[in-house]
Design a protein around this ligand. Structure first.
Ligand SMILES: Cc1cc2nc3c(=O)[nH]c(=O)nc-3n(C[C@H](O)[C@H](O)[C@H](O)COP(=O)(O)OP(=O)(O)OC[C@H]3O[C@@H](n4cnc5c(N)ncnc54)[C@H](O)[C@@H]3O)c2cc1C
Ligand code: FES
Length: 355
């Protein structure tokens, strides 16, 4: 069950704002079917940089319904390997390797009634939301969108010109509330109370993309104001890798919240019909441990958003940092996201095939 990569040609590269660039791609004719995508999905690229294969995901900013080229936007991360490599070295005419589009961030509303979409973007978090904005405005004459868009300064706004054009075209149903943290401070609950009335919150759909603390604050505000969980959708870019987390009440799935006593022994995994065994490490996710040892375990986003890394827990105990995309049925069936799962027992056995 290893993942495949396909070549995409960079047809255009455009500077968007300070330190962020859009990459437009053309898809080879024979792979067009595979690259049909839903709004706000993401592409996962593989690059070989200084002899090391590195994989990173980037959200799609284009809309599949507008006959526009596939597009992602990359923001330079200080000290980040792939974002700097893409911005400094990938140019028009180059070919990059990508997995097929994945992700479940955008959930179209169940009812056909005209809806109100309230989108929260912080910085580069605007990318998947821009795909949603264009899709919603283009596919209905009645749906409304409110975008609450946080940036440090006006200069750091990504898609400034295009957002203005969409707003001019749909003045009566696309509203943008910019928040500039440098001059007015970060978005917080008192500001949200001023921006959103209880009445607006009741029947709207909420899409959040930005740093973890920002999304936690907004989600908390929404649930405190009686917004239901299924009205809220979040996308987590998770830029900083986590090392050696400890289980706590919020992170534990499947098992108790303590490590089994004694030295860790082994991690056994069935990958593509092959059984592999490696020493167990409590400091790293199950996926990371297998990749570190050179095994071709399947993965894509590494942030709990896709399911590519899902495996069945056959023996042992693990805890999962984030529930991610798992539903009740997955949890009942002991189907875990290995990119989010850490060992609790001394021995763990997982199977990538038995799903
Ligand atoms: C579903 C999804 C969609 C995404 N969409 C986008 C998008 O549209 N646009 C976008 O720009 N990004 C997006 N991202 C984030 C993107 O995938 C990368 O994580 C980001 O570009 C940083 O990668 P990098 O290789 O440049 O940084 P990395 O080399 O991975 O480093 C990231 C940060 O961690 C620090 N770091 C590295 N190693 C360590 C360590 N051992 N200990 C502590 N700190 C360390 C680095 O200094 C840097 O600050 C998305 C991520 C996901 C999961
Ligand atoms: S790799 Fe996407 S959920 Fe684990």
């Amino acid at each position: 069950m290893s993942v495949d990569y396909y070549p995409l040609k960079v047809s255009r590269k455009v500077r968007e704002a300070e330190d962020s660039f859009s990459f437009y791609f053309s898809v080879p004719k024979e792979h067009e079917g595979l690259f049909q995508y839903r709004p706000a999905q993401f592409l996962t690229f593989q690059f070989e940089i200084e002899g090391q294969k590195l994989v990173r995901s980037y959200s799609v900013a284009s809309s599949p319904f507008l006959n526009e080229p596939l597009r992602t936007t990359v923001k330079r991360v200080s000290g980040g390997v792939v974002s700097n490599y893409m911005i400094d070295h990938i140019k028009e005419g180059d070919t990059v390797l990508s997995q097929i589009p994945l992700g479940e961030f955008y959930k179209p509303p169940k009812s056909l009634k005209p809806g109100h979409y309230i989108l929260f973007a912080a910085g580069i978090g605007i990318t998947p939301l821009f795909s949603i904005i264009k899709t919603v405005l283009d596919s209905s004459d009645l749906d409304k969108i409110t975008l609450i868009y946080s940036n440090r300064t006006p200069e750091s706004i990504i898609y400034k010109k295009e957002l203005k054009e969409w707003q001019d075209k749909h003045k009566d149903r696309f509203f943008i509330h910019p928040v500039f943290s440098k001059t007015e401070g970060r978005l917080d609950k008192p500001k949200l109370t001023q921006l959103l009335t209880r009445e607006t919150l009741k029947d709207s759909l909420f899409y959040l993309c930005g740093p973890k603390d920002y999304m936690n604050m907004v989600s908390e505000f929404l649930t405190e104001n009686q917004v239901q969980k299924d009205q809220i959708s979040t996308e987590d870019f998770k830029v900083v890798p986590i090392r050696g987390p400890k289980p706590d009440e919020n992170s534990v799935f499947f098992t108790a919240s303590v490590f089994e006593e004694g030295e860790p022994e082994e991690l056994k995994a069935l990958i593509d019909g092959e059984e592999v065994t490696i020493p167990l490490n409590r400091e790293k996710s199950l996926l990371e441990q297998l990749l570190d040892k050179g095994y071709d375990a399947p993965f894509s986003c590494t942030s709990g958003t896709c399911m590519t890394c899902m495996a069945k827990l056959k023996e042992g105990k693990t805890f999962q940092l984030e529930e991610g995309i798992l539903d009740e049925e997955n949890i009942q069936n002991l189907e875990i996201l290995t990119c989010q799962s850490y060992p609790l027992s001394r021995k763990v056995i997982i199977d990538y095939e038995d799903l």
